[in-house]
Design a binder for this molecule. Structure first.
Ligand SMILES: [Zn+2]
Length: 360
């Protein structure tokens, strides 16, 4: 009796019962899709982020007692409703023109290649996190130095905006794949309508940014990425991170929980486990949370999440002005240094790659 009480207290201390804005539904029998753990797994009821085309609802996630990753338990049958027309991946920003485009190119070049001067200043004022992810690749700190002739694949590329920016930077062998896009072709850039399993070829860089968390079978997806990168390529995966400041501070109102669109939210440990099973070894991790972790979550707490905002369901601008942007940036920078950021970019390569000892 007393032992049971102690065990319960320890379990609660481990996080299950103390997640903010979550209802603990008791033990979960679902093994973690990250580390495979089952001991101490808890079932949590978490608030979803409504869209104009789908109702607000709560969703059950299984929280891993070992690595603190989250798995959505029941995927809604009508998932399409949660990807209404305003979902950000599919919004085309339209090409910037004139002076504005010139300034953006200066900034983009500085982000990707790490150059200083005016571009570096612009990058500090208005960062472009996804282009910054290229820096260790271009510098040859991860894999072979990525040249402008490198074969680059972007999986889950949305409208292909990132690849178009790479084309502007001089990269000329670019492929984007997404199951929902309109196929198109331009010099050096082709966009194909395809899921991961349907893509063929070999690539020096296989990128997948904030798409894995939407996929039903992330292990199969990572194994496919390993195949597409072959023994010499690099796989670069960016995902939101559970077990982070964002999750622990905001719980069910953490902006990157994004229930039910995010089927799996891994901790860094859970992701490393999963990638290992998919045949990938981790080369480098960059924690890259932005002020969105705090500002987006605070907006949710004010009842105006990013999707409500995009769909015109609330006045988020007024809400956002109430928050301290500089303070939010300082918190994000601190979590990046401490490794408690709510997102990261992982650089990996196939375990069969030559010239590097196998892990484990
Ligand atoms: Zn786990």
């Amino acid at each position: 009796m007393q032992m049971a009480a102690i065990e319960r207290d320890e379990r609660e201390a481990a996080g299950g019962a103390t997640v903010p804005f979550a209802v603990d539904l008791g033990p979960s029998a679902l093994p973690c899709s990250g580390c495979g753990g089952i001991a101490g797994n808890r079932m949590l009821s978490l608030p979803g982020e409504p869209a104009a085309t789908a109702p607000a609802a709560r969703f059950a996630y299984s929280l891993c007692g070992s690595c603190e990753s989250l798995d959505l338990v029941d995927v809604p049958a009508e998932m399409a409703g949660y990807y209404g027309g305003a979902y950000y991946s599919f919004r085309s920003g339209g090409a910037a023109r004139g002076l504005k485009a010139g300034i953006a190119r200066l900034r983009n070049r500085a982000e990707a290649f790490g150059s200083g001067g005016l571009g570096g200043l612009l990058a500090r004022i208005a960062p472009h996190a996804r282009l910054r992810q290229l820096r260790p690749l271009v510098a040859g700190a991860v894999g072979r130095p990525l040249g402008r002739d490198a074969r680059i694949l972007d999986l889950g590329c949305g409208d292909g905006g990132w690849l178009r920016q790479l084309a502007e930077l001089g990269f000329r062998d670019l492929t984007g794949a997404d199951p929902y896009l309109e196929p198109s072709e331009a010099p050096g850039l082709r966009l194909i309508r395809a899921g991961i399993d349907e893509v063929e070829g070999r690539f020096d860089l296989v990128a997948c940014s904030h798409a894995l968390e939407h996929m039903a079978d992330p292990e199969a997806a990572l194994a496919a990425m390993a195949r597409l990168a072959g023994p010499d390529g690099v796989v670069m995966v960016a995902i939101p991170l559970a077990a982070s400041y964002g999750w622990r501070r905001y719980g069910g109102e953490w902006v990157q929980l994004d229930a039910p669109r995010h089927l799996h939210l891994y901790s860094a440990r859970g992701f490393a486990s999963l990638a290992g099973r998919a045949g990938l070894e981790l080369l480098r991790t960059t924690f890259d949370a932005t002020e969105f972790m705090v500002l987006g979550s605070e907006a949710r707490l004010a009842g105006i999440g990013p999707h409500q905002r995009r769909e015109g369901l609330g006045d988020v601008k007024a809400a956002m002005r109430a928050f301290d942007r500089a303070g939010a940036r300082r918190i994000a920078a601190l979590t990046n240094r401490l490794g408690t950021a709510d997102q990261a970019t992982f650089y990996l390569r196939s375990k069969s790659a030559p010239g590097r000892p196998r892990q484990g």
